[in-house]
Design a protein around this ligand. Structure first.
Ligand SMILES: [Fe+2]
Ligand SMILES: [Fe+2]
Length: 203
């Protein structure tokens, strides 16, 4: 696997604070850069969960929650077309577009072991927590006849303890992410289940 270490820990320009992409601009970027619908859905799911966390748990205003949504929705934007430059490409794109530095740094924090950037803020810690778990929960939902309907925390925990299920999902990384926040695995799974259930890719 390519070395994805970004070699820096500072991103964007503080002078661009509060400059964001609109929802339509973010979705257009997603459609341009990510032909794979399943990957687009993953990013929209992480975006929905990030936004819900900002609103429900952090009590943030809609303008701040939008930044959380953008970080989630764009975090893997370059993964399909530029796997060897994952994270680097989308970071540079957002820097060129003069996007708020907190959004860019949050994207850079979604995999500290790969990108070499340690999450510091709550927003940065939460994208790391949600990324793998959200994908894992979606994989678990897809194999159920009723998908998300009736799916509970217990069934996700059971799947996590089954190493052969979604083996590519790194359980150690999930534990590492959780060790940085004051919420339990059960609470996070419950939150993700609640807020990513209804997410669909726009047609
Ligand atoms: Fe990623
Ligand atoms: Fe991801």
């Amino acid at each position: 696997m390519a070395n994805l270490n970004l070699g820096r820990t500072s991103f964007g320009d503080p002078a661009h604070t509060n400059q964001v992409l609109s929802e339509a601009e973010a979705l257009a970027l997603l459609n341009d850069w990510v032909p794979n619908e399943r990957l687009r859905l993953h990013m929209l799911q992480v975006g929905a969960v990030m936004k819900a966390w900002a609103l429900e748990k952090e009590g943030m205003p809609a303008s701040e929650a939008h930044k959380w949504w953008l970080a989630g929705v764009l975090h893997d934007a370059d993964w399909e077309k530029y796997p060897d430059q994952h994270c680097k490409r989308i970071i540079e794109e957002l820097e060129n577009r003069q996007v708020d530095p907190t959004i860019i740094r949050t994207i850079a924090c979604h995999g500290p072991r790969h990108f070499g950037v340690e999450p510091e803020t709550t927003m940065e810690k939460m994208i790391y927590v949600f990324d793998e778990l959200s994908g894992f929960i979606h994989a678990a939902a897809l194999i159920r006849p009723t998908q998300y309907e009736g799916m509970d925390v217990k069934s996700v925990l059971k799947k996590l303890k089954t190493p052969s299920f979604a083996a590519q999902v790194n359980r150690e990384e999930i534990q590492d992410a959780l060790s940085r926040i004051d919420f339990t695995l059960e609470e996070i799974i419950g939150f993700i289940l609640k807020f990513q259930t209804g997410v669909r890719t726009p047609v």
